[in-house]
Write a protein that binds this ligand. Structure first.
Ligand code: 6PG
Length: 477
């Protein structure tokens, strides 16, 4: 347990000593901060202290003692599961706090919960920050990307700690104050939406290379490892290459083939889609990625359907080397389109919720530490640097050049894959997003006519102002 002499000594306290909380706390201690961790589970407290060894880390499972350890006014970070547990922890600590103390929620909380908590705590003169943290276990321990939002003065209090522990890119910490209220959690939610889309795109490239080209796991490892050296260089491509070379200790075969193909989700991807629908921002690649996780769950139905619609996937008769290059270009184009949709959503949300986001800063802090870190994010950062008011990355000349280079390959890959019935819906929807976005003409005039026909919803005319209704069935010829 803790050293009672450490009263008022700790720079920050952590509630929740699960994987993320423990590792982030140890990261803070590595950077010279004196820290305290609290968990009801004594085993977690013990394992924190065991790992901490000689460092300035104090573990506690008594809340009053834990809070006594903290410098006043105190700063307490929560890393507990999103939803009710966050409210439960806040309610349990508030009676021990004083005006000016600070609570930091570092979990994946829904942004509306963050706004509500900020309002409730403000009434009690308690400061509150909602901080998205990305990078998983390794990120937490060695340097995550951190997305803080809330009261700016509160951020300044913890800024030295955050800047010290965050990942660095060219010495630049992957953390910055993002905006008021729930800005940090909103940005983290969209980060996860983009994460879903990119993971789906990568999964589709795997399906195509496995079934259309007949590549084995070693060959898949080699392709992703090579891709990671080029324009696709990113954390998700890198771990994908590692996954294909991992041998299962039980079967001594590649582990990937022992894993049940049903994808779980904790909700952030779905929240991104829900929010985009509400704000009327099209983000079809992210919506689709959520839908395909839902599709993966329908195991029994898919077993039945496979009998009704048997498919025999023939190998593609293509030049393998050339085809893999085309697929690399297609995937890269899909990736740009996924970031573009996420960023376009952030742009609208920033205005709607008055976050005043600096999208260049968002791209900058995503370049390291987080799950969607990628070489491409430097181009994205530059696009927002060149134009602070860029409403969609597709309108940036440099990215347009890259998209124009990959577009034909994306189109070809989609043609080939539909002929052999390998589903690549994230690639398809991303291409259609591009095709729709760049088309001045859309068939929505017909939709307006139909709405007016059956519901007298009225339509606008090209040649006059105002709204019009037609009696469509009068004088039908
Ligand atoms: C990150 C991850 C992290 C977590 C996701 C997984 O940025 O470190 O996104 O937040 O792994 O919540 O989300 P799903 O369980 O929904 O796939």
């Amino acid at each position: 347990m803790s050293d009672r002499n450490a009263v008022n000594q700790c720079d920050i306290g952590m509630i929740g000593l699960g994987t993320m909380g423990r590792n982030l706390l140890l990261n803070m201690a590595d950077h010279g901060f004196t820290v305290a961790g609290y968990d009801l589970d004594k085993n977690k407290v013990d394992s924190l202290q065991k790992e901490a060894q000689q460092k300035n880390v104090y573990g506690e499972s008594d809340l009053t003692t834990f809070i006594k350890l903290l410098k006043k006014p105190c700063a307490i970070m929560l890393l507990v599961p999103a939803g009710a547990p966050v409210d439960a922890v806040i309610n349990s600590i508030v009676p021990h706090l004083q005006a000016g103390d600070l609570i930091i929620d570092g979990g994946n909380s829904h942004f509306t919960d963050t706004d509500r908590r900020a309002r409730e705590l403000e009434k009690k003169d308690i400061q509150f920050l909602g901080v998205g943290i990305s990078g998983g276990e390794e990120g937490a321990r060695l340097g995550p990307s951190m997305m803080p939002g809330g009261d700016r003065a509160a951020y300044e209090r913890v800024r030295p700690i955050f800047e010290a522990v965050a990942a660095k890119v060219n010495g630049d910490p992957c953390v910055t104050y993002l905006g008021k209220g729930s800005a940090g959690h909103y940005v983290k939610m969209v980060h996860n939406g983009i994460e879903y889309a990119i993971m789906q795109l990568i999964a589709e490239s795997y399906d195509l290379m496995k079934h259309g080209l007949g590549l084995n796991d070693q060959q898949l490892h080699d392709v992703y490892a090579k891709w990671n050296e080029g324009k696709l260089n990113s954390y998700l491509i890198e771990i994908t290459s590692h996954i294909f070379s991992k041998i299962d200790e039980r079967t001594h075969q590649p582990l990937i083939n022992e894993i049940v193909a049903v994808a779980d989700q904790t909700g952030t991807g779905m929240w991104t889609s829900q929010s985009a629908m509400e704000l009327q921002v099209p983000i079809p690649s992210i919506d689709l990625a959520v839908a395909m996780r839902d599709m993966s769950v329908l195991v029994k139905q898919r077993e039945q359907a496979q009998k009704l619609y048997p498919r025999n996937i023939p190998l593609l008769s293509v030049d393998r080397f050339k085809f893999i290059n085309e697929l690399e270009n297609a995937l890269f184009t899909g990736m740009i389109l996924a970031y573009a949709q996420g960023m376009a959503l952030l742009n609208v949300a920033s205005q709607k919720y008055n976050y005043q986001l600096d999208l260049e800063a968002v791209a900058r802090i995503w370049r390291g530490g987080c799950i969607i870190r990628a070489k491409l994010l430097e181009d994205i950062r530059q696009a927002f640097h060149a134009n602070k008011n860029l409403i969609n990355l597709l309108l940036d000349a440099n990215l347009a050049k890259k998209i124009n280079q990959g577009e034909q390959n994306l189109r070809q890959i989609i043609c080939q894959t539909s002929l052999i019935a390998v589903p690549m819906p994230a690639h398809m929807v991303s291409l259609s997003y591009l095709d729709a976005y760049r088309s001045v003409w859309t068939p929505a005039n017909l939709i307006q006519a139909q709405r007016d026909y059956f519901g007298a919803h009225q339509y606008a005319r090209k040649d006059s102002e105002g709204k019009f209704h037609t009696e469509w069935e009068r004088n039908l010829t």
